[in-house]
Design a protein around this ligand. Structure first.
Ligand SMILES: Nc1nc2c(ncn2[C@@H]2O[C@H](COP(=O)(O)OP(=O)(O)OP(=O)(O)O)[C@@H](O)[C@H]2O)c(=O)[nH]1
Length: 450
């Protein structure tokens, strides 16, 4: 019997509703497509405020939920998230250390892909339990691929965070690094599972999978993929999520046809407004352009067909979540743990990321610059580490020089009476303290790049 499930999330019960799963397992006729709709009309302080549907077909995951194994694991086995050694040599030795795996070790390599700003790094950080990837509201915060490791009990999940998928013309036009074009594609090749993230709150893009994402999926049809509709906290009409799901999956999940009845009226033709100037780096969504990599693998006919395709009919499961909410993250984490297959761990359980301590620092500084400075200014600031020293009391002292392109940019980074740069240094220091597990004193100075 085909299993068709709508698992409900309860904002105040912190777990997927077991009752919903059980009752859904007994239902074989159709998807619970109106459940999300019915639930969201029952807002209230003590009731569930919003219960979006997630289309989950994984028997193993549902069994685990029904038996309560997910909850047992949470309470009986808690391992603090790993951290990053503040010394580069120590980090390298840790990465080379023999994995301390148990006999029944399991692994899963997950590539998180999607358009710029979909929330990939936010989700990765939340799954890891520590912030090791930069997050900002500006596009292209992530410039190169980076890896995070989540080790729980007998299972190791390797999370591959990728730069937002983009095109060669955008990279050229905005003088972005070539890694933005190459890294996501190379990363996906290694993955056991692709997590495709879509910003469900971006009404201009949420009804159609980005062409680059579709190409990536089409090029690796053998790698299972799940769809994650992110930022559901920002979606006011929750029932829209069902329509978005139907569109992005072409109405098919795990080979099962969904029956979606229109829950909302089609929106009246609206003119797409000019995007925020801060977001202008990625404004051109329509350029039909193919990278050399995709051209070599996908035929011209296939590429043409993809351009007219709205969604991907081969997603295995669909999650709707807010990456800011740990409740949702736990459900996805449990799903990934269940999806892991017997195999050798790649890393020692103390590894959190493959980034060097200096890379972690540079990325967090970059994040704060992106958050605080307007338009293209933060993209042109470069960094150089002048001092990196652990002192006797265990504190880590770091000094970094920031180089700006223009005199006006130097003043902007410094801010009135040096307040902005001091604030950035303070915030970065706090973030780094949580990654390196020690007090961090960071000094930032700003210079004109000659
Ligand atoms: N409200 C809300 N904001 C979110 C959520 N997930 C991410 N964000 C915000 O969305 C912005 C982009 O998040 P990132 O994690 O940097 O996105 P990304 O996909 O890694 O972006 P790129 O590096 O450009 O590819 C940040 O301001 C996040 O705080 C969510 O579930 N809800």
């Amino acid at each position: 019997m085909a299993l068709r499930v709508c698992a409900r999330f309860f904002r105040d019960s912190a777990v997927l509703s077991r009752r919903a799963v059980v009752s859904a397992r007994q239902e074989s006729a159709s998807w619970f497509l109106t459940a999300g709709n019915a639930a969201c009309s029952r807002g209230g302080r003590n009731g569930f405020i919003f219960t979006p549907a997630c289309f989950i077909t994984s028997e193993a995951f549902l069994d685990r939920l029904i038996k309560g194994k997910a909850e047992e694991a949470d309470s009986s086995f808690y391992r603090h998230p790993a951290s990053v050694p503040p010394d580069n040599g120590e980090q390298v030795s840790l990465l080379l250390r023999h994995p301390d795996q148990p006999d029944n070790a399991k692994v899963l390599k997950v590539a998180i892909i999607g358009s710029p700003n979909a929330g990939k790094s936010t989700l990765s950080n939340q799954l890891l339990g520590r912030k090791v990837f930069a997050v900002s509201k500006k596009v292209h915060t992530t410039r190169t691929r980076a890896m995070g490791v989540l080790t729980e009990d007998d299972t190791q999940i390797v999370i591959l965070d990728t730069p937002g998928l983009t095109t060669a013309s955008k990279v050229k036009r905005h003088q972005l690094e070539k890694s933005l074009l190459v890294d996501p594609w190379n990363t996906v090749k290694e993955a056991d599972l692709m997590v495709v993230m879509v910003d469900a709150a971006d009404k201009w893009t949420c009804n159609r999978l980005d062409n680059e994402v579709l190409k990536c999926l089409a090029q690796h049809p053998h790698i299972p993929a799940i769809l994650v509709l992110n930022k559901v906290d920002l979606v006011k009409a929750k029932d829209r999520l069902l329509n978005i799901t139907a569109e992005l999956t072409c109405g098919v999940v795990n080979g099962q046809k969904m029956q979606v009845r229109a829950l909302i009226r089609p929106s009246r033709a609206e003119k797409r407004p000019e995007r925020d100037s801060e977001m202008s780096l990625d404004e051109d969504k329509t350029v039909p352009e193919d990278s050399a990599e995709t051209n070599s693998v996908l035929s011209k006919e296939k590429l043409k067909a993809l351009r007219s395709q709205q969604g991907w009919p081969h997603f295995k499961d669909v999650f709707m979540l807010s990456s800011l909410d740990s409740e949702y993250i736990d459900a996805l984490k449990n799903y990934l743990l269940v999806e892991a297959k017997p195999g050798s761990w790649q890393y020692h359980s103390e590894v959190l990321t493959d980034q060097s301590p200096e890379e972690v620092c540079a990325n967090i500084i970059r994040e704060k610059l992106l958050e605080c400075l307007p338009q293209e200014v933060p993209y042109s600031v470069t960094q150089s580490v002048e001092l990196w020293q652990e002192v006797e009391n265990g504190e880590l002292h770091i000094s970094v020089k920031l180089y700006a392109k223009k005199v006006s940019h130097v003043s902007m980074v410094i801010g009135p009476a040096g307040q902005l740069v001091a604030q950035i240094a303070h915030e970065v220091g706090e973030d780094l303290s949580r990654v390196f597990l020690r007090d961090v004193k960071l000094k930032l100075s700003v210079k004109l790049r000659k």
